[in-house]
Design a protein around this ligand. Structure first.
Ligand code: PEP
Length: 248
């Protein structure tokens, strides 16, 4: 089943008010294609990004699992929603590594996001040593088992497969490896979610650039891309959006 593609940009801890000017070109491109496009800027830029971006969906890069409370420095899903966000990334490998987030915590965050009316993008992916050891599939399947909210479905849940060793490195897996992993993720989603698993989009992330986007986005069960560095400028992000739209 061909799912509507989603190309989401993750600005990480980059950008400032001036960088929001990039949204003009990105929003214009998004409005002219028949796919979904979104940008996830830092928390402080969400409200101004929403004000500037028109119909372009804006998302957060994390949320807390609790609705409120004594969690200094954290943001709840409802707060993101109130700021105008419509989606949130949870379980990015940088947070799994830097903040030691566990699968159970990622699942709780995804459930909180969905309960607050946001689309949750749950990230999974193996490290280089795990791939070298032949454990990539097992690692990702384990992350899915632990991180996917059992009530998830296509309207509320997206999975992003991001091999850790491909993020920000300029390296990407082979097309065959991406195809093998995305097919395995689809099977596992169906195991976890039943028929609903067929409707959950699976994004590829890790050094997606204008020159490799078409090849990666053409792989079966690659339903879009999660883009880091190349989402920071319209000049790099728009060609990726257009490549996804051309594939449909
Ligand atoms: C990411 O961090 O989600 C990502 C895919 O980064 P990059 O595109 O820069 O590899």
């Amino acid at each position: 089943m061909a799912l509507r593609k989603l190309v989401a940009g993750n600005w990480k801890m980059n950008g400032n008010r001036a960088a929001l000017d990039e949204l003009d070109g990105i929003a214009a491109a998004a409005a002219s294609v028949d796919i979904d496009v979104a940008i996830c800027p830092p928390f402080t830029l969400i409200a101004p990004a929403v004000a500037k971006a028109g119909a372009l969906p804006i998302g957060g890069q994390d949320c807390h699992a609790s609705a409120k409370g004594a969690h200094t420095g954290c943001i709840s899903a409802a707060m993101l929603n109130e700021a105008g966000a419509t989606l949130v990334i949870v379980g990015h490998s940088e947070r799994r590594a830097d903040q030691h987030e566990t699968d159970a915590e990622v699942r709780a965050k995804a459930e909180a996001a969905i309960a607050a009316g946001l689309i949750a993008i749950v990230c999974v992916g193996e490290t280089e040593s795990e791939r070298d050891a032949g454990r990539a599939l097992a690692v990702v399947e384990g992350q899915l088992d632990g991180s996917i909210p059992p009530a998830g479905e296509g309207k509320t849940l997206v999975v992003a497969y991001e091999p850790v060793w491909a993020i920000g490195t300029g390296r990407t897996p082979s097309v065959a490896d991406v195809a093998e992993m995305h097919a395995a993720i689809r099977v596992r989603l169906t195991t976890i979610l039943g028929e609903r698993g067929a409707g959950v989009r699976i994004l590829y992330g890790g050094s997606v650039k204008p020159d490799n986007a078409a090849e990666l986005l053409s792989v079966p069960d690659v339903d879009g891309a999660l883009v880091g560095g190349a989402s920071l400028t319209a000049a790099l992000f728009v060609p990726i959006v257009e490549a996804a739209a051309a594939i449909g």
